[in-house]
Design a binder for this molecule. Structure first.
Ligand SMILES: Cc1cc2nc3c(=O)[nH]c(=O)nc-3n(C[C@H](O)[C@H](O)[C@H](O)COP(=O)(O)O)c2cc1C
Length: 394
């Protein structure tokens, strides 16, 4: 989009994302909530996602495991068994009944795991055999925090097998009724462990040059696109986020390199991806501390604008957006869609509250990752009756 052409665009301007017609631009960001007991989506998830659905809205699920080696949090849902697919159907149906579309975020944490989450207590897999430093702690199933163990670097021949797991998970997501999937290539997890030169120390075709470091992500994208169609595939990256030691010596260069390859893939396939989702540099919290080092105005603007300008397609931003900042980003043409995380946890009717410019509930961090199906999950209050328009009118 040409800068300036977005004048007058607000969070409530409709948007056509490929074949999907959205009635507003307030997207539910993917958020791990640890309520899928033993990896199976529970009825509470149907309630949670349904509460956050609006007519013409767009939701992205929490990170959802592509295989039995993918977990790094307790009680995260998977999408690699038939039982999981069957359970997801009920959640997708509840969201569709409210008129929203919903994408499933496909996740493998790579080295951000622990033996306790691995089959037969094995080592987590990664691009590297170097562990995440003691600066970061892993949440264990009993609620305590531990250190990240030494991972096992994948052998070259094993990498296509992991690509295949993403592909099968994407096919399963479509079987479950999802409108599409988002590939989680952000925040220091498996794909980011290949992308970032601060982690990837491989000497094979998946390490070294930026082309080699992008190879795993691009193989995943290509394989998923071939299986379910480009218009059902979103990609998330966070080149400027150092969560879990995911540092790169040239974040903008890396972001642009990914974008160049996504653009080329779109041209080669003569089809657009659903969107590219980029996390703002200022967001480093990710549930562990209240806030990380904020990016300066210049960093934020330069980085995100450069990527936005380079990407040929729908561009979604995430991280630290308020109602005002979201409005601003859209009016300035810096994004087509804005995803909201923490504010959507504590405000199930965030879309209506933004529309009315109503006060917001505060989120309670200590229940972000707990297992109670109600407390801190589905019990945040809606605006009281009579406070304005009903959601169905949005
Ligand atoms: C509790 C919690 C869980 C999250 N889980 C995920 C996740 O599974 N996948 C992901 O890509 N991002 C995840 N994020 C990041 C959010 O998608 C979002 O980008 C982040 O919260 C910044 O947006 P906000 O400032 O509106 O909260 C999570 C964030 C929070 C607070």
């Amino acid at each position: 989009m040409v800068e300036g052409s977005a004048e007058g665009t607000t969070l409530f301007s409709p948007y056509k994302m490929g074949k999907f017609s959205l009635s507003h631009r307030v997207v539910l960001a993917p958020m791990t909530r640890c309520r899928a007991l033993n990896g199976i989506p529970q009825p509470a998830l149907a309630e949670y996602y349904s509460q956050r659905s609006t007519k013409g809205g767009f939701l992205i699920t929490e990170g959802t495991l592509i295989s039995n080696t993918a977990a790094g949090f307790p009680h995260v849902p998977g999408i690699f068994t038939d039982e999981q697919v069957e359970s997801w159907k009920k959640i997708v149906d509840a969201v569709h009944a409210k008129g929203s579309i919903i994408f499933c975020q496909l996740w493998h944490v790579g080295r951000a795991s622990h033996q306790v989450y691995q089959p037969a207590g094995g080592s987590p897999i990664s691009s590297t055999s170097t562990p995440i430093t003691g600066r970061w702690r892993i949440l264990l199933p009993d609620g305590s925090y531990g250190t990240y163990p030494k991972p096992r670097a994948l052998e070259t021949y094993e990498i296509p097998l992991v690509v295949e797991q993403y592909c099968r998970a994407a096919i399963n997501a479509i079987r479950a009724g999802f409108d599409g999937i988002e590939i989680h290539g952000a925040h220091g997890y498996l794909i980011d462990q290949f992308l970032k030169d601060g982690i990837n120390d491989r000497v094979d075709e998946y390490g070294g040059s930026v082309t080699n470091r992008c190879k795993f992500l691009m193989q995943v994208v290509q394989s998923v696109v071939a299986a379910i169609g480009a218009d059902r595939v979103g990609v998330r990256i966070s080149p400027a986020i150092d969560h879990l030691d995911a540092l790169d010596s040239n974040p903008l260069g890396l972001g642009l390199a990914v974008i160049e390859r996504l653009n080329k893939l779109q041209q080669n396939n003569a089809a657009q991806l659903a969107y590219l989702h980029v996390t703002q540099p200022r967001y480093t919290a990710y549930g562990q501390t209240e806030s990380g080092r904020p990016g300066t105005e210049d960093e934020e603007t330069h980085l995100i604008r450069s990527m936005r300008k380079a990407y040929e397609g729908t561009f979604m931003c995430s991280g630290g957006f308020t109602r005002e900042l979201g409005m601003q980003a859209l009016a300035d043409g810096d994004a087509d869609l804005v995803s909201y995380g923490r504010l959507f946890i504590s405000n199930p009717d965030l879309v209506l509250r933004f529309k009315l410019n109503a006060p917001l509930n505060r989120y309670i961090r200590k229940t972000f990752y707990t297992q109670d199906p109600v407390i801190g999950y589905t019990d945040y209050p809606f605006l009281s009756k009579g406070s304005g328009e009903s959601l169905s009118r949005l």
